[in-house]
Design a protein around this ligand. Structure first.
Ligand code: ATP
Ligand code: MG
Length: 328
């Protein structure tokens, strides 16, 4: 059997360059070789946005358009809606029996995200979202999960859950592994370590030429470079990080020029602006095609979800049998 790939995104906002380098680029490549599943994580979006169901609703199709525009091919990959697979919720409940609260509390990604939320307590659903993610991965027996490095603790937990389940009951689940990209964490335009929807420091994949130019123009650079000829420190500059992520050639020249103060920040920004434009420009036509055909997009999501549901039912039957929950 071909190995299965699963990944997804919370539908809390449009996708950005961080998603692209962290995961989307790999997905587009992997779909050629593997049975690829892509999840629109609307339930997981609720863990932080339960009071904004309309936002999630509107972003569901927005993220689907991002996928299609960037090159996820609906003939090869299965794009589906998380909340329409109730077996994921069932599996989450069953897994939650043998995951302790302390393990979740000490998960570094959960910790840092909950710090950002500003709340001094955590919602039960939020604390448990890594368990629900383990269900997302295991319901379809995915073995490869292309993700950014913030997801590593979650993948580790998913692996533990699978091992525990298989040894407690019967070996029916598949242990997944993370596939971390060459650029596991893209910095934000404000210099924050992670470009993120929630931090407002992102460049969206549906940006216009003007938006790209504007955001790069406004982006933070090395604060030590005040005058053009001041020697710079590329490793603290988000623009240099973007050069590394999006330009295959001349990156060492940029480093040298920055360190010697022979290339100005403005010139450096102009180069990356045009590289980003080259990346995004070809996606605009595909985006426009699907944006003009909402019925086609709906069909893609419905048929993908149907396919995923079929697999979920099969796995759930095996799980019930393994756990002796198959009474009749
Ligand atoms: P939110 O702030 O709502 O959590 P997010 O920007 O973190 O949004 P997610 O939907 O949580 O996005 O993540 C989807 C996938 O994209 C994950 O695999 C994650 O690791 C990856 N990803 C997100 N942001 C980045 C980034 N800046 N660099 C690399 N990968 C990223
Ligand atoms: Mg996130």
């Amino acid at each position: 059997m071909t190995e299965r790939v699963l990944t997804g995104d919370r539908v809390t906002g449009k996708l950005h360059l961080g998603h692209y380098v962290g995961s989307l680029k790999n997905r587009v490549a992997l779909q050629e070789q593997y049975d690829t599943y892509v999840l629109l994580a609307d339930v997981q979006a609720l863990t932080t946005h339960f009071d904004k169901p309309d936002l999630i609703r509107s972003h569901l199709r927005e993220v689907a358009l991002d996928y299609l525009a960037i090159g996820i091919n609906p003939d090869r990959a299965t794009i589906f809606v998380q909340s329409m697979i109730p077996e994921i919720a069932e599996l989450t409940v069953l897994f939650s029996m043998f995951v302790t609260v302390n393990v979740l509390r000490h998960n570094p990604t959960v910790k840092s995200e909950s710090k950002h939320s500003g709340l001094d307590d955590m919602y039960y659903g939020f604390l448990g979202y890594p368990v629900s993610q383990a269900a997302d991965i295991t319901f379809c027996k995915a073995s490869i999960v292309p993700v950014g490095d913030d997801q590593l603790p979650h993948l580790e937990l998913a692996r533990k859950i699978v091992r525990r389940f298989n040894e407690l009951y019967k070996p029916v689940l598949v242990e997944p592994r993370a596939l971390i990209s060459e650029m596991p964490r893209l910095v934000g335009t404000d210099g924050n370590a992670k470009m993120s929807k929630s931090l407002g420091n992102s460049i969206e994949l549906d940006s216009t030429t003007e938006e790209i130019a504007y955001k790069i123009k406004r982006a933070t650079t090395d604060p030590a470079r005040i005058r053009k000829n001041d020697p710079g420190h590329p490793d603290v500059c988000p623009i240099y990080a973007y050069h590394r992520a999006f330009r295959s050639s001349e990156v060492s020249e940029i480093r040298e020029g920055c360190e010697k103060g022979t290339i100005s920040c403005a010139a450096c920004k102009a180069l990356i602006t045009s590289a980003l434009e080259q990346l995004i420009e070809p996606t605009r036509e595909r985006r426009a095609y699907y944006a003009a055909r909402p019925d086609v997009v709906d069909d893609i999501l419905l048929s993908g979800t149907r396919r995923a549901r079929g697999i979920a039912r099969e796995t759930m039957e095996e799980v019930r049998e393994a756990m002796s929950l198959d009474y009749f």
